[in-house]
Design a protein around this ligand. Structure first.
Ligand code: HEC
Length: 145
């Protein structure tokens, strides 16, 4: 009789231990899930950087007009404030070097103007869409990147 009760007590003890281990494992898994989610959020946080206003960027009227054109025609393929590529290379600092990073063409208004007007492989030309003034405004904005 007593032995049977003792066995029962032992089985009960084992169950308690098992349950504690189970809890611990679930907690550990939750911790990993949490850490993974936090990591993903942190990584995507870099992507969704808040858009800065024209004033914050210190743009004059012409540069701000160029930025609007950029948003309409260029942004879907080129990031303005990153050198990371989209469909085309990022244009951060496009005029800061002597040569364009991808095409190796001289980084001046003439060549970049030509790229905008006539396009490149996989980039449409905009001579039918943008006026000469538009291209000047765009170039003025590109100089601020
Ligand atoms: C459909 C996507 C697309 C659009 C829209 C687009 N581009 Fe491009 N752009 C590209 C690709 C792709 C290249 C690389 C072409 C190559 O291989 O020569 C490129 C190249 C360039 C280059 C040369 C970069 C380098 O490092 O050599 C400049 C400057 C440029 N684009 C500016 C613009 C501007 C300004 C606009 C808006 C008027 C624009 N692009 C719109 C896809 C695009």
């Amino acid at each position: 009789m007593r032995r049977a009760r003792r066995r029962e007590a032992r089985i009960y003890d084992q169950r308690v231990v098992m349950r504690v281990i189970e809890r611990f494992q679930i907690a550990r898994r939750n911790l990993w899930v949490g850490l993974t989610l936090a990591g993903l959020l942190a990584a995507s946080g870099c992507e969704v950087e808040r858009r800065r206003s024209d004033a914050e960027l210190g743009l004059n009227a012409q540069q701000a007009a160029g930025r609007k054109l950029y948003d309409n025609y260029c942004d879907r393929c080129h990031r303005p404030y990153s050198s990371k590529g989209k469909k085309g290379p990022g244009l951060k600092g496009v005029f800061q070097h002597q040569y364009l990073s991808l095409t190796g063409l001289p980084a001046n208004d003439e060549r970049v103007g030509d790229i905008i007007r006539y396009g490149r492989p996989d980039m449409p030309g905009y001579s039918q869409v943008l006026s000469a003034q538009d291209v000047q405004d765009l170039l003025a904005y590109l100089h601020t990147l």
